[in-house]
Design a protein around this ligand. Sequence first.
Ligand SMILES: Cc1cc2nc3c(=O)[nH]c(=O)nc-3n(C[C@H](O)[C@H](O)[C@H](O)COP(=O)(O)OP(=O)(O)OC[C@H]3O[C@@H](n4cnc5c(N)ncnc54)[C@H](O)[C@@H]3O)c2cc1C
Length: 395
Amino acid sequence: MTIKALIIGGGVAGPVTAMALKQAGIDSTVYEAYDRSADGVGAFLTLAVNGLAALRTLGLSNLVRDKGFDTPSMAAEMDGRRLAEFSFGQPLPDGTRNQTITRADLYGALRDEAVRRGVPVEYGKRLVAAESTSDGVLARFADGSTARGDLLIGADGLRSVTRGIIDPNAPAPRYVPLLNAGGYARGVALAGEPGVMHMFFGRRCFFSYVTRPDGEVWWFANPPQPTELAPKDLAAITPEQWRTKLRDLFAGDDFPALEVIDATGHIFSGWNTYDFPKVPVWHRDRMIIIGDAAHATSPASGQGASMAMEDAVTLAKCLRDLPEVPRAFAAYESLRRRRVERVVAQGKRNGDGKAVGRLGRMMLPLIFRFVAKAAPKQGWLYDHRIDWDEPVAVG
Ligand SMILES: Cc1cc2nc3c(=O)[nH]c(=O)nc-3n(C[C@H](O)[C@H](O)[C@H](O)COP(=O)(O)OP(=O)(O)OC[C@H]3O[C@@H](n4cnc5c(N)ncnc54)[C@H](O)[C@@H]3O)c2cc1C
């Protein structure tokens, strides 16, 4: 019997899951709340080798390589001193390393490829409710339409509606007291190799940049913000107010933040930061959540999108090998929960390190000496590989 999955969300987890299911012989449709033109507004992200390895099991690694650029290592600096430099895991056998890519390019490429492989993607379909039926699931959308399937996969991100349908007592995301802003600077010559993620622990704010091979500088900053700002208050801050705020925060620091900010045409607006230490219930009946909906991690982990990709491939394998949906979901959870929660915890620690006070800054050289020593042991994070052909063990 052919089974059909309803996938809610066309970000990262949604299209990758659709393609993984296709490879496993399972049909699906992706339902995305926004229009195609709303992709990703502005920001960029870095995909880690473990996430790219998951894409590779679906023959997708070139998709990102063609649009992003290599970002193999990072260098942490403070007060003009290099605290540490280390690589983000081992390259894949074909030489693939961490890639930095705009969010718009990533979303667009994944969706286009899903469509090319025969997956329908429907836009303007915002899930508002879903219910289990005697033979599957019924999804209801804000435009009044409905869809029926054998199972429903909520890949609908941090503010997942699916999460609340599966578990009305699901926790809200935890606020992490950092804002995010950034941009793309042209015509500024900076020290260091292209592709090295430079990180600066400023006196008042964290700053990071990476230079693309053509010289464009991609950067972000994380101003500390002790209390959560309401979305309307965040949206009310104009790009020029951001510029002024950031210029104030970096005044007097000895790294080139001001130069970079001044060479940036448009500063993309700030976001609050959130994570989920634990979402206790991931699935009920024939509905499940994956990606940020189940385990959003602070951007400081650099792993949110990669975790979504690993989720997608693992879930498809479970549904391929364990045709009873609830058993497949249980197997999926047992394969994923420990790893993703460890990543969320790591992301929180990394984020905490970005907003240290004066005393914390004094401790940073010591902390980085430890981090650099521990870096080779980060194999658990970057060297994780999923073998597509290996059957999922029953039980
Ligand atoms: C500032 C910032 C920087 C980041 N940097 C990195 C990084 O460097 N590396 C990294 O790996 N990760 C990074 N992340 C995290 C990464 O973006 C996420 O982990 C990743 O996008 C999760 O993918 P997802 O598909 O689960 O969710 P999303 O990408 O958020 O996709 C969810 C999709 O569901 C849609 N949707 C939502 N609600 C509904 C609904 N009710 N019905 C239908 N559709 C719906 C949304 O419109 C969206 O398209 C960063 C995040 C932020 C905020």
